[in-house]
Design a protein. Structure first.
Length: 152
């Protein structure tokens, strides 16, 4: 790219959208790719690989807060408020969930999703997402409790 006078700024990981799983990488693969790029190109010509986290926006792949590589679930945080979030005190302590494509997970992770992610009524995947969001809310509350003024 340098020889072609192209200076890439970002490489985006594909969004979690229908019919795009074959284009997606796991967060672990993106982190390994970013690590492999470092040092081979001049700094100005080294693109950052970013994950477009729902409700957060672009984040460098190494900015993940917590990552379960086996199940492919990552948790991210915001460090800013938008104008419509200016009154929301929780927005910067909230965790936001991003899922790796199932096919990129190790066998144990794929088996976990087979066991827990599919049921006859189709509701289990939603309940797993709700459980992940509940864990994120609990973590958010713990963060808020730490910064709350202590009674005297």
């Amino acid at each position: 790219m340098d020889e072609a006078s192209i200076t890439p700024y970002y490489f985006y990981m594909c969004d979690m959208i229908p019919s795009a799983e074959h284009w997606r990488l796991s967060l672990a693969e993106a982190q390994a790719l970013q690590h492999s790029l470092m040092g081979y190109l001049p700094g100005f010509a080294t693109p950052r690989i970013v994950c477009d986290v729902p409700f957060v926006g672009k984040r460098w792949v190494h900015q993940v807060d917590t990552y379960d590589r086996e199940r492919g679930i990552s948790y991210w945080r915001k460090n800013y408020r938008t104008s419509i979030e200016s009154e929301d005190v929780d927005v910067t302590s909230a965790e936001y969930v991003y899922y790796d494509p199932i096919y990129t997970l190790p066998d144990s992770g794929q088996q976990w999703w087979r066991d827990h992610g599919a049921s006859a009524d189709g509701g289990t995947a939603e309940s797993l997402h709700e459980a992940a969001m509940a864990r994120a809310a609990k973590s958010r509350q713990a963060s808020l409790d730490q910064i709350a003024p202590k009674p005297r």
